[in-house]
Ligand binder design. Structure first.
Ligand code: 5AD
Ligand code: FES
Length: 352
């Protein structure tokens, strides 16, 4: 293999930082040997900070109404084919409770940007989950809100917030989103969340339409500098009822390689092996873990609504009950030598 590539990777291993051009060089020259070397480094850090433990988060997709119109997303407001649903407060709480009984100590409340739920509704849901199980960590993933709303959720007991930045290149951001959405606003939201004291998850899609190696290098540089507690990445996957229906999906290889690079950039970071990764390859999530990921996020949503929360085509696990998914995942994870644990799964080194 090109010695320049090995040198660059080794430099990342030593410094946990590279120049933008160096990240780009690695991405442009992805090959099986380079992937293997990156995964070896990544697994060494994963082992150092998390042993063979894999954390689980139970995902409750509580609404697929969304005021936004992102060109890549199946629940965009412009998609008339999408059958919409909202879960009631009681249903959301009972999903969290089911999750607790199955061993989950983190619940992720995810939805489209749906203002039918007021701040008070969201706070009420958080408080009631916490009142029932005081050791349940509540993560929100409900998009861009103003600072005061984020503060109110935090004060109500929310611990973490997932808001993928989607791309760190403002120009690509404008090609993936309608003009009404703003890159700067999204970045400001991430900063607000961090300042308030949430554990914050950023993240991006891999090989979204028009994305270049330079764009991905910018994502890595952004993660290096912003240092979110978590970074979720998955391949872009087309959805038949979006403007990007005909665009090609991202690859398994690039996603795995980027997982390894992320682990090397910030060794303690929480990195999920995402459902999108499991969708493009039957062993995608296991391979994600073997490339350095340490989190999986099975679904706790009622099976009756699962198929309606379709961000991209062919999403896995839309027919399985929560109990089936967790058992399936336990088997899959242990098959590759790891163990799912009943733990809130904070980032190593995080202090509230
Ligand atoms: N392919 C892959 N990931 C997608 N997301 C949304 N649409 C798609 C798609 N078509 C991701 C976005 C979002 C997260 C919830 O799902 O990154 O932040
Ligand atoms: Fe859902 Fe395997 S994780 S069925």
């Amino acid at each position: 293999m090109d010695s320049k590539l090995i040198e660059t990777l080794d430099k990342l291993n030593t410094n946990h930082s590279l120049e933008l051009e160096e990240y780009q060089l690695l991405i442009e020259n992805i090959n099986p040997d380079l992937m293997k070397r990156a995964a070896e480094y990544a697994v060494k850090y994963q082992e150092q900070f998390y042993g063979n433990k894999v954390f689980i988060r139970g995902l409750v997709e509580f609404t697929n109404y969304c005021k936004n119109d992102c060109y890549y997303c199946g629940i965009r407001r412009g998609n008339r084919e999408c059958e919409r649903y909202r879960l009631r407060t009681e249903d959301i709480i009972s999903c969290a409770h089911e999750g607790y009984k199955l061993g989950f100590r983190t619940v992720v409340l995810q939805g489209g940007e749906d203002f039918a739920y007021s701040d008070e509704d969201i706070c009420d849901i958080i408080r009631r989950i916490k009142a029932e199980h005081d050791d349940m960590v509540v993560t929100l993933s409900i998009g861009e809100r103003d600072h005061d709303s984020y503060q109110a959720y935090f004060d109500a007991g929310a611990d973490r917030y997932l808001l993928r930045h989607e791309t760190a290149n403002p120009e690509l951001y404008t090609r993936l989103h309608p003009a009404e959405m703003s890159f700067l606003h999204r970045m400001n939201c991430l900063q607000d969340l961090k300042n308030i004291g949430y554990q914050v998850g950023a993240g991006f899609m891999v090989q979204s339409p028009g994305q270049t190696a330079r764009d991905l290098a910018m994502d890595l540089k952004f993660i290096e500098e912003f240092k979110p507690d978590m970074c979720g990445i998955g391949p872009y996957i087309s959805h038949k009822d979006t403007p990007f229906a005909k665009e090609e999906s991202g690859t398994l290889e690039m996603t795995l390689f980027l997982i390894s690079l992320l682990r090397m950039i910030y060794p303690q970071m929480l990195i999920p092996a995402t459902t999108a990764l499991g969708t493009i390859h039957p062993k995608g999530r296991e391979m994600g873990i073997q490339a350095g990921a340490n989190v999986v996020m099975p679904n706790l949503s009622p099976t009756s609504v699962r198929k309606m929360y379709t961000l991209y085509d062919n999403k896995i696990c839309t027919g399985e009950e929560a109990a089936e998914c967790i058992n399936c995942l336990k088997g899959r994870v242990s098959f590759v030598g790891y163990e799912i644990v009943e733990d809130a799964g904070d980032r190593v080194g995080f202090y509230k």
